[in-house]
Write a protein that binds this ligand. Structure first.
Ligand SMILES: [Mg+2]
Length: 123
């Protein structure tokens, strides 16, 4: 996973916890670090916007040409989504590591029960 063909530079490894803590340095938005509903709303809107940018990159890959440059842009936009995820987790006072662990446990449970396919949040 770390040897992406389109990776432009070599970046140092960073843990999810280090990244989440580091995002506080760049949290320049109204109500930052308050955990208030206004902060959650801002971060949710930002995450949706960045998810839209991810989709737009994939649209361009589909419409134009699948190039390393477009895939690199896609990775950058995915990083923007991650930033908002980290800030949202912080606003909720939850570690990203805990969130991905809960997600992994949920999906493993679904696999074990044979309901990984299908729909519904509470399978
Ligand atoms: Mg972006």
């Amino acid at each position: 996973m770390t040897n992406l063909a389109h990776k432009e530079t070599t970046t140092p490894e960073i843990s999810l916890r280090e990244y989440q803590e580091w995002t506080a340095n760049t949290a320049a938005y109204p109500q930052s670090n308050t955990g208030r509903i206004e902060e959650l709303m801002y971060l949710s809107l930002g995450m949706s916007g960045e998810a839209g940018e991810v989709s737009n990159c994939i649209k361009k890959l589909f419409r134009d040409q699948d190039t390393p440059e477009l895939r690199a842009n896609l990775s950058k936009e995915l990083g923007d989504v991650m930033w908002y995820a980290a800030r949202l987790a912080t606003a909720l006072d939850v570690d990203l590591t805990e969130i991905i662990s809960m997600n992994k446990a949920k999906l493993e449970d679904r696999m074990a029960r044979g309901v990984i396919k299908g729909s519904g949040d509470n399978r």
